[in-house]
Design a protein around this ligand. Structure first.
Ligand code: C2O
Ligand code: CU
Ligand code: CU
Length: 507
């Protein structure tokens, strides 16, 4: 199926309205529902699952220190419409359709963090072993940042997110609001993800690897998934009409596996102002930027010199093999065709924000954590963290308030975007090592010098792509809550099997 690009206007995200609000707390309700959405002009409507029945879900916008309570409700069908692999942890014997919501990047108490075993079914009729509460509480005691919420149910996260359970969660604060940067209708969130559809418009997700394994389970998890369509805010290759002026775009990669290398076909630069964890110290001028699953970039783009132009936001990297320009090459189009409503007085500030990086002087723990590839009993790839399965006993137990260095040692042949809950960390450095030697002897021999993080990795991050054959060092302070959290690869096919581990923040 070949679809014409840039024929649908970009959908703008809706903002969620609270059910109640007083000086102490803002209360929201969100219901997960089945829905039908047109992903492209020439496609029949697609059955999806959305928060409040829309994909992406409504944006939750809060102020720093605003106490927010959310009742997340599941009103989904009993049967999943995507292929469930019963051999994955905690899937067999449990209801098919289980959900739990995680605010990604949030500093959230553990019983509201969306622990994968804290799932619940339609109407809370059944709940998982870690389920503690219906109403989740978000203190939002953290700096302004572009967070997002998504499903996190154990063993089926890749399917629930693929079905559409994704939305944005924006925290604003005084410091950021004081900046003279584009605001209001000139601040536009863009959520990018890929999907494949069948002729009838239904979502396609593979039943198993191609060719199938002779003795493998059916359905079976796959080690990677790349969709044929690239969507922004739920439409395939949309166009967006803009004025010849500056815009702020908050971009999230909400894809299962796909990463993007974004640039404009005009070659024009843009100015990155923020990362996962909020504003950078200073804007960084870039011509292109890589975005792995779950990463966010906050940027200002100036269209003032491009009146009348049609500008493509390109993607320069393939997925699961070669680069196919027709399938992989474009994300969306900007049309600088709207008249300038009033003079653009916004600026690209020289200085943005104090970063408050984790303190380097009192490091309480240094951990060496491998990313491993292996094979399971069916001959399928089995990816692990620290050579352990999800349900093996907890091994990482940072003390509350402690600053630690985690050495993420990627012994596999692919990059993995590693995400740690509860914290916003600093990427210290990357260093290449000899994978073969490591896999034979368990010893690290470095094959090159320490590399500083790239210019777009120098803010606060909650997800970092660890390149193959590289040790990536991150610095994090584990606070303010104690309790059980998770860290994992954010390629959702890896997270589900079995690149996710619990950790305990202890007293
Ligand atoms: Cu984006 Cu553990 O999640
Ligand atoms: Cu998270
Ligand atoms: Cu991975």
């Amino acid at each position: 199926m070949r679809l014409e690009k840039f024929v649908d206007p970009l959908p703008l995200l809706q903002t969620l309205q609270p059910k109640r609000k007083n000086k102490d707390v803002t209360y929201y309700e969100v219901t997960m529902k089945e829905t039908k959405q047109k992903l492209h002009r020439d496609l029949p409507p697609t059955v999806m699952w959305g928060y409040d029945g829309i994909v992406p879900g409504p944006t939750i916008e809060v102020k720093k220190n605003e106490r927010v309570h959310v009742l997340w409700k599941n009103d989904l069908p009993r049967k999943h419409f995507l292929p469930i692999d019963e051999t994955l942890h905690s899937v067999h014997g449990n209801p098919e359709v289980r959900t739990v919501v995680h605010v990604h990047g949030g500093v959230t108490p553990p019983d509201s963090d969306g622990y994968p075993d804290a799932w619940f079914t339609n109407g809370f009729r059944e709940t998982g072993p870690a389920f503690r509460r219906k109403v989740y509480e978000y203190p939002n005691e953290q700096r302004a940042s572009t967070l997002w919420y998504h499903d996190h149910a154990v063993g089926i996260t890749r399917l629930n997110v693929y079905a559409g359970l994704v939305g944005l969660y924006i925290i604003r604060d005084e410091e950021e609001m004081r900046l003279n940067i584009p605001k209001g209708e000139y601040e536009v969130p863009l959520i990018i993800f890929d999907r494949s559809v069948n002729e009838d418009g239904s979502l396609f997700y593979p039943r198993g690897p191609e060719p199938p394994l002779p003795d493998g389970p059916d359905p079976s998890v796959v080690p990677a998934f790349c969709g044929d369509l690239i969507l922004v805010n739920g439409k395939a290759w949309p166009y967006f009409e803009v004025e010849p002026r500056k815009y702020r775009f908050r971009i999230l990669n909400a894809s299962n596996t796909r990463n993007y290398l974004l640039r404009f076909d005009t070659g024009q630069s843009f100015y990155q102002i923020g990362t996962d964890g909020g504003l950078l110290r200073k804007p960084v001028q870039l011509q292109s930027v890589r975005l792995s699953p779950a990463e966010r970039i906050d940027m200002i783009v100036d269209f003032s010199k491009y009146e009348g132009a049609y500008i493509t936001l390109e993607n320069q990297t393939g997925c699961g093999g070669g680069f196919d320009p027709e399938r992989d090459g474009a994300v969306m189009q900007f049309r600088v065709t709207k008249p300038l409503r009033e003079k653009d007085t916004t600026v690209i500030p020289k200085y943005l924000s104090e970063l408050n990086l984790p303190p380097k002087h009192s490091i309480r723990g240094i951990r060496y954590l491998t990313l491993n590839g292996g094979t399971d009993e069916f001959g399928r790839p089995l990816l692990l963290l620290a050579k352990r399965m999800w349900d093996d006993p907890v091994t990482e137990t940072p003390r509350v308030g402690a600053t630690e260095i985690w050495n993420l040692i990627n012994t596999t042949a692919f990059p993995h975007p590693i995400h740690v809950h509860l914290v916003q960390f600093q990427v210290l450095e990357h260093q290449p090592f000899d994978i073969d030697h490591y896999n034979k002897t368990g010893k690290i021999i470095y094959t090159g010098p320490i590399q500083a993080p790239s210019r777009s990795e120098r803010g606060l991050k909650d997800t970092i792509s660890v390149p193959a054959g590289t040790v990536t060092r991150i610095l994090a302070r584990f606070a303010p809550y104690t309790g059980r959290y998770v860290w994992h690869c954010h390629i959702l096919e890896h997270e589900d099997y079995d690149m996710m581990r619990p950790f305990d923040v202890i007293e």
